[in-house]
Design a protein around this ligand. Structure first.
Ligand code: MF3
Ligand code: CO
Length: 253
């Protein structure tokens, strides 16, 4: 069942997502060689609780941490670790909270120190594919237009989009209908209406799209061991087009 949100509910979702955005910005600022992702997880949980929000991933179907930390060939749902990040790694961080009954969910990928041009290009294309998908989120467009726009940007850049995980509706639940694949034909699927709120989250691989799950039951890695990047925003469809709830206002505003 697809739940459209009222304007007041969208403001509540914006507040939850702004907590997520502040946490991810703070975590990104900490990332450098030598930093331990287990410490980023602790920082993220503390910051969320200070803001009166509850980290939503910890305990979700048994996931044991607040911040998903996925390094290099890890695609999503990696575990924070006590071994330090190394120069040239890329780190995807995915974070969610519940505040006043509504969910926020966003992810970002950042280079550790200086990274290879190949790694930077993958991150840039993944973020661009997310932006292209978001751009489609206008009344009258269809869900397939979002999916197709993401896929086109990623594949045109020479990468592949993961099939096994998808974006999702979001609201009082972390995962609501509809599912939002990052691939597929345009012009199909539900019509987008004001009040629809989606988490768009392309996972883009530098090699093939196949992934496998490690023995921990959670960590998804690329089957071919190549790099993967992940960006995610929670976005509301409004009469005026997409509103990215998990985007921080530009400083100076
Ligand atoms: N952004 C991810 C999602 O929408 C993060 C969930 S991690 C989990 O599924 F641990 F909560 F599963
Ligand atoms: Co999500």
């Amino acid at each position: 069942m697809i739940v459209l949100k009222t304007p007041a509910e969208i403001e509540a979702m914006a507040r939850a997502n702004q907590v997520v955005a502040r946490v991810l910005a703070a975590a990104r600022a900490e990332v450098k060689p030598g930093v331990r992702t287990i410490d980023l997880d602790a920082m993220a949980e503390d910051m969320a609780r200070q803001a009166g929000a509850k980290p939503s991933f910890k305990g979700y179907h048994g996931y044991p941490y607040s911040l998903c930390c996925s390094v290099n060939s890890e695609v999503v749902h990696g575990f924070p670790r006590s071994d330090p990040l190394k120069e040239g790694d890329i780190l995807s961080m995915d974070f969610g909270v519940v505040l006043d009954g509504f969910n926020g969910d966003s992810a970002t990928t950042v280079g550790v120190g200086r990274v290879s041009p190949e790694a930077q290009a993958l991150m840039d294309a993944t973020e661009s594919s997310l932006r292209a998908g978001i751009e489609q989120m206008r009344p009258g467009m269809r869900l397939g237009d979002v999916s197709a726009a993401v896929q086109k940007v990623a594949e045109t850049a020479g990468y592949s989009v993961v099939r096994q995980f998808v974006g999702h509706g979001i609201g009082r639940a972390l995962h609501e209908d509809p599912q939002v694949p990052n691939f597929g034909p345009p012009g199909r699927g539900i019509e987008l209406k004001p009040g629809l709120v989606l988490a768009i989250e392309p996972m883009v691989n530098s090699g093939g799209y196949e992934v496998k799950i490690l023995a921990d039951g959670w960590t998804a890695v690329t089957a071919d061991g190549k790099l993967s990047a992940h960006f995610e925003h929670t976005v509301a469809v409004t009469e005026n087009g997409p509103r990215i709830l998990s985007l921080l206002p530009k400083s100076g505003d």
